[in-house]
Design a binder for this molecule. Structure first.
Ligand code: 0RA
Length: 635
C-alpha cells in the first residue's frame, strides 16, 4: 500500500477529505471546541473500550492524564483488528482510525455505545489530535501506528511479541482546534465513576500524572446500580435500606433498574441508554414512571390502603423522595430531542413498563413493612401537594388582583427591558442600603434579604411558599416557580447573589442556589444566575485605593509597591460604603462575577446534600472551594 508519505491513492484522498471536514467543522462532530468538546474526546475513546466490556471481552480500563495534558486509555479487550481490510487494502486498524465510517460499527458488543450525543468515532478524536498513537496487543504480537492531525505517520508496524491482548490509545488534543487543552480531572472522574456503576464488575482506573504525588483512583463496583444508588443516597436517610433492584431481558433489550427512597421530597430519576445519560428522558423513563404508578396504586388497592372511594395516587406523589436509576441497552437506539439525549424507540416503553410492574410487585409482596412505609410517604406527599396547591392558588389569585404587587423591599430599576436588567439579592438591610445608593438605578434593582432563608431541601412546597423572604424573591423575579415557571416572564436576565465573605454569607448563598436549583432550575441552566464577588482586602494610601479578592494577590502587590499602605480587610459588605460597593462589585466595567453552572445533576445533588445536610465538615470543605460549580467570568 502507498501511504500518504509516499504518494496518494484514491482511498488516501478520501481519508484526507474526511479528516479535513472534521477539522474544519469540529462542532459538528463534538459539539463545541470548548472544555466540553475537549473532554468529549476522552469519553469517546473510553466508550469504545466500554463497548468491549459490554460485549464481555474486557474487564479493565486504565485512564491516564499525562503531564503534557495528553491522555492514554488502555483496555484489555480483544484489540483493534489489524488484518487487511478487503475493500480498502490497508489494515482494519488504519481504516478505523482514519475514516469516518457512518452507520454500522466494527466489532464491539452490538449495543452501540457511541451512538450518543454526537456519535463520533476514534477517527474524529484522531483528526482533532496533534498527535495520536495506537498500540494493539493481539494474536501474540504488538502493533503500533502513529498519526498527526489524523494522518498516519507511517504504516501499522509490528513492534514486538506478547501474550496479552488489548488496546492503548494515547492522544494529545490539538491546540489549533481547542480553545483550551487542559483536562479537568474532576469531569473525567465523574464520568468514569458513572460508567463503572453502570457496568458492574468492570474496573476503571484514573491516574493524573500532573499531580505532585499522583495516586491511582480505582472505580470498581461489584453491585453496579445498587452501589450507584447507595452512593447517591449516602448522606440521606433511606426508607428502604434494601433497594428494589432487578435486571431483565426481553428480545434484544436489557433493562437494569434500581429504586431506593429517601426521606426527602425531590424525585431524582437518572436514566441511561447504552451507558449514555438521557438527560431529556424518553421512552424508557416514561415506561418506568407508568409502571411504577400502576403497580403502587394496584398494590395500594389490593392491600386496602386505598379505599374504594379514594382516587389514585399521582405519579408525583409516588415519586416523592425516590432515587431511581434506569439503564437500558438497546441495539439501535434512536436519540432525539434538542441535545440528542432523549431515547425515542417506542417499543422500549412497554418493555420497561411491564418489567417495572412485575418486579416491583414482587418486592412489595415480599417486603410488606417497607411497602407500607412507601405508601405512607406517597399518601402524605399527596396531602402536602393539596396544601401547596391551595397556597399557590391563593398567591395566583392575589397577584391577579393586585397586578403591581412587587415586594415593598425591592428597589426596582427604571428600565423595563429585562435583558438589560440586573437584580442584586443582597444579604442584610445595611448592605442593601449601600447597594441602593451605589447602584445604577437605570438597570440595577436591589432586593435585600433579611437573615437566613428557608432551607428548601428540607421543606415541602407549602412551607416554602409560606416564607416571606421567598415570596418576595419569587415576585421580584417574576417567573413563577415549579410547574408555573416561565422564563419568558423573568424581569431580569442577570441575578446576582451578593453575600458577605463569611460562613453565614456562604450559607445564604447556598440556600439561594438550592432554591433556584429546585424551583427555578432553568434560570441556572440559561446562565441567569451569578455570584457577586466583593473584594476581601483594600489597600489605601491617600486617594489611591486598590482592591483584592485574594490575600496572595495583595501580598504580591505589596512586595512590588513598597510604600506605606493602610490595609483594610472587609468582613462584610456593610463595611463598604456605597461608592466602594459600586466600584468593586457592581460596576460592570470593574466587577468580577461568577456565573453559576450546574450541568451534572448527580454532582449537583451531591453538592446540595453536602451543603444542606447534617455534615458540617463537608459543608466547610465545600465552601472553601466553592468554585466547583461556578465559572469565573472575570468581566
Ligand atoms: C473492531 C473490531 C473488534 C474490536 C474493536 C474494533 C475494538 C475497538 C476498540 C477501541 C478501543 N478498544 C477497542 N477494542 C476493540 C473485534 C475484533 C475481533 O473480532 O476480535
Amino acid at each position: 500500500m502507498e501511504g500518504p508519505l509516499n504518494g496518494y491513492n484514491a482511498s488516501d484522498i478520501q481519508v484526507l477529505e474526511g479528516l479535513e471536514a472534521v477539522r474544519k467543522r469540529p462542532g459538528m462532530y463534538i459539539g463545541t471546541t470548548g472544555p466540553k468538546g475537549l473532554h468529549h474526546l476522552v469519553f469517546e475513546i473510553v466508550d469504545n473500550s466500554i463497548d468491549e466490556a459490554v460485549g464481555g471481552y474486557c474487564n479493565e480500563i486504565e485512564t491516564i492524564i499525562h503531564e503534557d495534558n495528553s491522555v492514554s486509555v488502555c483496555d484489555n479487550g480483544r484489540g483493534i483488528p489489524v488484518d487487511i481490510h478487503p475493500q480498502m487494502g490497508i489494515p482494519a486498524l488504519e481504516v478505523i482510525m482514519t475514516t469516518l465510517h457512518s452507520g454500522g460499527k466494527f466489532g464491539g458488543s452490538g449495543y452501540n455505545i457511541s451512538g450518543g450525543l454526537h456519535g463520533v468515532g476514534l477517527s474524529v478524536v484522531n483528526a482533532l489530535s496533534s498527535h495520536m498513537e495506537v498500540t494493539v496487543k493481539r494474536d501474540g504480537f504488538i502493533y503500533r501506528q502513529c498519526y498527526e492531525q489524523g494522518i498516519p505517520m507511517g504504516k501499522v508496524e509490528q513492534i514486538g511479541t506478547t501474550n496479552e491482548k488489548g488496546t492503548v490509545i494515547h492522544f494529545l488534543p490539538d491546540p489549533e482546534i481547542f480553545e483550551i487543552t487542559i483536562f479537568e480531572k474532576e469531569i473525567i472522574e465523574q464520568r468514569l465513576r458513572e460508567l463503572s456503576f453502570l457496568n458492574k464488575g468492570l474496573r476503571i482506573t484514573l491516574l493524573d500524572e500532573r499531580e505532585e504525588a499522583p495516586g491511582k483512583k480505582d472505580f470498581h463496583y461489584n453491585n453496579g446500580l445498587k452501589d450507584f444508588v447507595a452512593y447517591i443516597n449516602k448522606k440521606k436517610e433511606v426508607i428502604n435500606e434494601k433497594p428494589i433492584y432487578f435486571e431483565s431481558q426481553k428480545e434484544d433489550v436489557i433493562v437494569n433498574i434500581v429504586i431506593q427512597y429517601n426521606n426527602g421530597y425531590n424525585d431524582s430519576i437518572y436514566s441511561y441508554a447504552n451507558n449514555i445519560r438521557t438527560q431529556e428522558g424518553g421512552t424508557h423513563e416514561i415506561g418506568f414512571k407508568n409502571g411504577l404508578t400502576r403497580v403502587i396504586n394496584d398494590f395500594a388497592r389490593k392491600s386496602n390502603f386505598l379505599k374504594e372511594n379514594d382516587t389514585n395516587l399521582s405519579g408525583e406523589d409516588i415519586r416523592e423522595g425516590i432515587v431511581g436509576i434506569i439503564s437500558v441497552l438497546v441495539k439501535e437506539p434512536q436519540f432525539e430531542g434538542q441535545t440528542k439525549t432523549k431515547l425515542g424507540n417506542t417499543y422500549i416503553r412497554s418493555i420497561v413498563e411491564s418489567a417495572v410492574f412485575e418486579n416491583v410487585e414482587d418486592y412489595l409482596n415480599e417486603n410488606p413493612v417497607i411497602a407500607k412505609k412507601i405508601l405512607d410517604k406517597a399518601i402524605s406527599a399527596r396531602r402536602a401537594r393539596e396544601a401547596a396547591r391551595k397556597a399557590r392558588e391563593l398567591t395566583r389569585r392575589k397577584s391577579a388582583l393586585e397586578s403591581t404587587s412587587l415586594p415593598g423591599k425591592l428597589a426596582d430599576c427604571s428600565s423595563k427591558n429585562a435583558e438589560l436588567c440586573e437584580l442584586y439579592i443582597v444579604e442584610g438591610d445595611s448592605a442593601g442600603g449601600s447597594a441602593k445608593q451605589g447602584r445604577d438605578r437605570n438597570y440595577q434593582a436591589i432586593l435585600p434579604l433579611r437573615g437566613k432563608i428557608l432551607n428548601v431541601q428540607k421543606a415541602r412546597l407549602d412551607r416554602v411558599l409560606a416564607s416571606e423572604e421567598i415570596k418576595a424573591l419569587i415576585t421580584a423575579i417574576g417567573t413563577g416557580i415549579d410547574e408555573d415557571f416561565d422564563i419568558k416572564k423573568a424581569r431580569y436576565h442577570k441575578l446576582f447573589i451578593m453575600t458577605d465573605a463569611d460562613v453565614d454569607g456562604s450559607h445564604i448563598r447556598v440556600l439561594l442556589l438550592t432554591f433556584f436549583y429546585r424551583y427555578m432550575r432553568q434560570l441556572i441552566e440559561e446562565g441567569y444566575v451569578y455570584i457577586a464577588q466583593p473584594p476581601l482586602f483594600g489597600l489605601k494610601r491617600g486617594n489611591d485605593m486598590h482592591y483584592f479578592h485574594k490575600e496572595e494577590e495583595m501580598n504580591s502587590f505589596l512586595s512590588e509597591n513598597k510604600q506605606k499602605w493602610t490595609v483594610q480587610r472587609y468582613k462584610g459588605l456593610g463595611e463598604m460604603d456605597a461608592e466602594q460597593l459600586w466600584d468593586t462589585t457592581m460596576d460592570p466595567d470593574n466587577r468580577t462575577i461568577l456565573q453559576v453552572n450546574i450541568d451534572d445533576a448527580i454532582r449537583a445533588d451531591e453538592i446540595f446534600s453536602d451543603l444542606m445536610g447534617e455534615n458540617v465538615q463537608a459543608r466547610k470543605e465545600f465552601i472553601q472551594e466553592n468554585a466547583v460549580y461556578a465559572t469565573n467570568l472575570d468581566i
